[in-house]
Design a protein around this ligand. Structure first.
Ligand code: GLN
Length: 199
């Protein structure tokens, strides 16, 4: 893959807002496709894990035989971007999860599920995002998690009300909020560029 080519970016399609990510990725210069089976992991240059419900996603990942293949592919350097439930899925540790809830991991952080949820089920806020030019992004938070703590290799890219809401570790990116719902694809473009850089 040459740096200017169109990388193939999958969207984990077990559950969640898959379609919105496919559109955002296509409009950011990627060839976007849904991914459900382990074989399909070999055919992608990057992967988005959508928002949705992380407990259900975790359960389906086990049922579909995807959990271990996903862990292996992420360990071996596949660029991944997780939004909301997807952020929970790439956390090495979670708080307020279900007892049997599994994550893929990849980011040395502790993420608290539904952290913004109780008071404000859903809200939007302007979020300053390191590495995204052109002003703050419109953060859509829906029963959103936040990052409780991070290890030394994790770069904090955005905060909201003092809480970490966007991080990067190596080629894994995660946000508490949903850029795929806003029509502003700068965060997806950042991720597609990360995928290009690896390719
Ligand atoms: N609260 C959800 C969970 O735990 C995440 C919500 C979302 O993805 N919008 O998975």
């Amino acid at each position: 893959m040459s740096p200017v080519s169109t990388p193939v970016v999958g969207v984990l399609a077990l559950q969640g807002d898959v379609r919105e990510h496919l559109v955002a990725l296509a409009e950011s210069g990627a060839l976007a496709r849904p991914v459900r089976r382990p074989e399909e992991l070999a055919e992608i240059d990057g992967l988005v894990i959508p928002g949705g419900e992380s407990t259900t996603m975790s359960k389906l990942a086990v049922i579909f035989g995807m959990l271990e293949p996903l862990r292996e592919r992420v360990r071996s350097g596949l660029p991944v971007y997780g939004t909301c439930a997807g952020m929970i899925m790439v956390a090495d540790k979670i708080l307020d999860g279900r007892e049997d809830q599994e994550t893929i991991g990849g980011v040395d952080m502790i993420v608290r599920r539904n952290a913004f949820g109780r008071q404000n089920e859903s809200f939007e806020a302007a979020v300053d995002f390191a590495g995204v030019e052109g002003g703050p992004v419109d953060g859509v938070f829906i029963r959103a998690p936040w990052v409780e703590s991070t290890g030394g290799a994790v770069e904090v890219l955005a905060r909201h009300r003092g809480h970490t809401v966007a991080v990067r570790q190596g080629d894994v990116l995660a946000t508490s909020f949903h850029p795929e719902l806003t029509g502003d694809h700068r965060v997806h473009a950042l991720f597609v560029n990360m995928v290009r850089a690896v390719g």
